[in-house]
Design a protein around this ligand. Structure first.
Ligand code: FES
Length: 169
């Protein structure tokens, strides 16, 4: 072996060293990534699981059917257990129930203008909004004022002598 051969081998080793280091760097990075995923993946999955749960609704009995005579308005307040992510709370809701020829309707008292709570005035047979003077009839239709649409109606049914409303939970 001559001096020129030694010199060429030395150059080849110098060229191979950076490639090997690069390969080792990638391998170490890959192993570290896999370890981090193995350790934190289940933890992140556990932490995020309540946020991924789909919200579902349920039917809630809020009054006895006999308590809502035909043609009369009844204000009913009830609470619903709501699970939102990690929070669990009992939320209170109010609805106005009215029985007419078509059955029972459940009106949400939130004004459709800016959300103020309307009050039913039995002597006028109207819902009045204290904020900007919106007026709704007993079926929730706009009579006058700025509200752009009728009061919202909650899904309602009468079953087993009780009035049920459907709420997101
Ligand atoms: S919020 Fe009811 S009329 Fe404006």
């Amino acid at each position: 072996m001559c001096a020129a051969d030694h010199s060429r081998n030395g150059e080849a080793q110098q060229v191979e060293q950076p490639e090997r280091r690069k390969l080792l760097g990638w391998a170490v990075g890959l192993i570290n990534g896999a370890l981090l995923l193995a350790v934190f993946g289940p933890v992140l999955g556990f932490v995020a699981s309540p946020l991924r749960q789909r919200r579902s609704g349920k039917w809630i009995p809020i009054a006895n059917a006999a308590e809502v005579p035909s043609g009369e308005m009844k204000e009913v307040t009830f609470s619903v257990r709501v699970e939102d992510g990690f929070m669990v709370a009992d939320r209170k809701y109010t609805l106005y129930l009215r029985r007419d020829a078509d059955g029972v309707i459940a009106l949400d008292p939130a004004c459709t203008h800016l959300g103020c709570r309307v009050r039913y005035q039995p002597e006028k047979n109207r819902f009045l909004c204290p904020c900007h003077g919106g007026v709704f009839d007993e079926a929730g239709k706009v009579v006058s004022g700025p509200p752009p649409r009728p009061l919202e109606r909650a899904p309602v049914k009468v079953e087993d002598g009780r009035i049920w409303v459907y709420r997101e939970a």
